[in-house]
Design a protein around this ligand. Structure first.
Ligand SMILES: Nc1ncnc2c1ncn2[C@@H]1O[C@H](COP(=O)(O)OP(=O)(O)OP(=O)(O)O)[C@@H](O)[C@H]1O
Ligand SMILES: [Mg+2]
Length: 283
């Protein structure tokens, strides 16, 4: 196979140029980082599970009419997505207090918020992704007000949907982070789509009965058995067989490779919905 051009290498993923214009390949690495890159480790099999979980959740969200960048699964570590212009804002949706919210405001971890909360962070590693307000976003032109409305509306829908999905399998969705991107259609119309990934790297998920943390906090807080937490989530979602695909740091590759087909069968290309009407066609 010809050598692929790397577009960007991040902390958790590599983006390669895709086979068709307007597409990119997302490669999920096993690297884990926390505290703005200060803490690092390699967690064998994490990339495989995140690729699986993210493609599954994106496919589910597409099915309820939320436009996403996901096109199809390629192999156990890679998925084909639409190339977008990332909006430099992270939307964090919180249902239960945890993480930086507790540190910043002194709220006890585990406290149910009286209503879900959306926070915005400016994507800027050098500044440690600072918390910002809607006004900052508009004032500095990171997104237009109508783009912001669109993102917020989608974030609420994602929260409602994922809350139901996870509670159905005995998990509590504490919080999660979303990234959105812009795509332009052939008439110059703008589409806002859900991009990046939705995985235990950027969701907090607790076991409903035991309160056990199953997500990246196991790594951040040195709780141990990080991959077991991720596997448990994938298992509950029905994405991997019971007993998992990773044991003692090694992956059952044959099994892992087959799992991607499931998503491809589910994924259907759907028409994107533009937030401004397409220009009329010339006769
Ligand atoms: N469909 C897409 N098209 C273009 N860029 C994307 C798409 N989906 C995600 N990205 C971007 O690709 C990168 C994914 O890599 P990764 O998650 O490893 O980055 P990161 O180290 O967390 O860095 P960042 O602070 O930029 O998120 C992110 O910068 C993300 O915003
Ligand atoms: Mg990232």
């Amino acid at each position: 196979m010809a050598r692929r051009k790397t577009i960007y290498e991040g902390k958790a993923k590599i983006l390669y140029e895709g086979p068709e214009p307007g597409t990119v390949i997302q490669y999920f690495k096993d690297d884990a980082t926390a505290f703005n890159g200060e803490k690092k480790a390699v967690i064998a099999g994490k990339g495989v599970l995140n690729n699986r979980i993210s493609s599954h959740l994106m496919t589910k969200l597409e099915a309820i009419g939320i436009p996403t960048h996901f096109i199809r699964s390629i192999n156990m570590r890679e998925q084909l997505v639409r190339r977008v212009e990332i909006i430099p804002i992270e939307l964090v949706v919180r249902n239960i207090a945890a993480g930086s919210l507790c540190k910043r405001l002194g709220v006890p971890e585990g406290e149910y918020l009286r209503k879900p909360l959306i926070e915005y962070y400016y994507k800027k590693d050098e500044l440690g992704d600072p918390l910002i307000s809607e006004d900052h976003i508009v004032t500095f032109g990171w997104a237009d007000p109508y783009e912001l409305d669109e993102m917020v509306a989608m974030a609420w829908r994602v929260n409602d949907y994922l809350n139901g999905l996870f509670s159905g399998i005995g998990l509590k969705l504490v919080d999660f982070k979303l990234e959105f991107g812009r795509i332009w259609g052939e008439h110059g119309e703008l589409y806002i789509v859900l991009a990046d990934e939705i995985s235990p790297d950027n969701c907090r998920l607790w076991d409903e009965k035991t309160g056990e943390k199953l997500d990246k906090d196991r790594f951040r807080q040195d709780l141990g058995d990080v991959i077991e937490g991720y596997q448990y989530i994938a298992e509950r979602l029905g994405l991997i067989p019971e007993g998992g695909i990773i044991k003692g740091g090694s992956i059952n590759e044959q099994l892992a490779e087959k799992l991607g087909q499931i998503e491809n069968e589910l994924a259907q290309r759907r028409a994107l919905q533009s937030i401004n009407p397409p220009k009329p066609r010339k006769a």
